[in-house]
Design a protein around this ligand. Sequence first.
Ligand SMILES: *[C@@H]1O[C@H](CO)[C@@H](O)[C@H](O)[C@H]1NC(C)=O
Ligand SMILES: *[C@@H]1O[C@H](CO)[C@@H](O)[C@H](O)[C@H]1NC(C)=O
Ligand SMILES: *[C@@H]1O[C@H](CO)[C@@H](O)[C@H](O)[C@H]1NC(C)=O
Length: 290
Amino acid sequence: MASLKTVLFLGVCLSDWIVTTAEQNFGTKVENVRWLSLDFKTILTWTVQKSNHTYQYNVFFAEDEDPEWVESEECSQVSDLECDLSNHLMPSDRTYTADIQTIPDTGSYDPEELPHTFSPSFNPYKDSNISAVHFTVEAVDETTVTVNITDTLTSVHLGEKQLTIRDIFKKDLKYKISYYKSGSTGKRDILSDSSMAQVSGLDPGERYCFMVAAYIPSRTKPLKQGAWSQQRCTKGYINILQELSVGAWVGGIFILLTVLILISTVTVLCYRRNKQRYETTQTSQASGPI
Ligand SMILES: *[C@@H]1O[C@H](CO)[C@@H](O)[C@H](O)[C@H]1NC(C)=O
Ligand SMILES: *[C@@H]1O[C@H](CO)[C@@H](O)[C@H](O)[C@H]1NC(C)=O
Ligand SMILES: *[C@@H]1O[C@H](CO)[C@@H](O)[C@H](O)[C@H]1NC(C)=O
């Protein structure tokens, strides 16, 4: 009997221990670590398996050439599943790796032993997506226009200054300008070194449409070209016959018809009246004294 008690006691103890161990939570590694980057706004994102625990995270980053890990102040003990590292990844033409530590929500822990996950490496200069640019088109003369492109602002600051993509890429930044004559299918592409380009050799009086995209020849193929801008067109000469809408045409024809009908009615009436008067005169003459 005594031995049975001992066994039972041991069993309870053991199950208690197992439960305690299960509840003792060391946190789990984060997964799917990804870089999202547009115009040098660079955000590290990750996911975590569903659980009833709320974890916090510490984010570290290092330049691949430099073994020193730096903790991101903004992303220290955060509970979000993302961290904006835009202003840390400088200089931008370096390759960086981040490391995400999971901090458990219970008890004490050894900072050296925390579960952690490395990110893929990332080079903002080579890998950040470039969004569509804004630009204007102005006629210089009949055959030439100026395309004025605004260098997009990035999320990177140097002191007080918010840098543009030109500040970062400098001479590496070109613009691809694609244009076509309205009504024709042939497109022409030109590459401009500067943000202000002249396009010449246009047919006088024709309407032309333009699209612009940032273009960085030093990058690898799929990342060379930024997003295409919206299309902008010149006015060309306004050809009245082409420009009039169907409504205007119908209205015009209606007015024309009304005028024609009025004229013919008036003509017919006048004619009849004159004829009548003539006949009356004739009759009165005829019926005059013989
Ligand atoms: C850049 O854009 C492409 C296409 O939308 C996307 O697949 C890729 O993940 C983006 N890259 C970054 C670093 O955000
Ligand atoms: C979370 O807690 C609920 C209720 O306490 C339980 O039913 C569920 O299985 C738990 N989920 C996980 C992933 O542990
Ligand atoms: C080009 O566009 C920018 C921004 O819209 C404007 O400030 C600048 O004056 C323009 N330059 C010319 C030469 O039109």
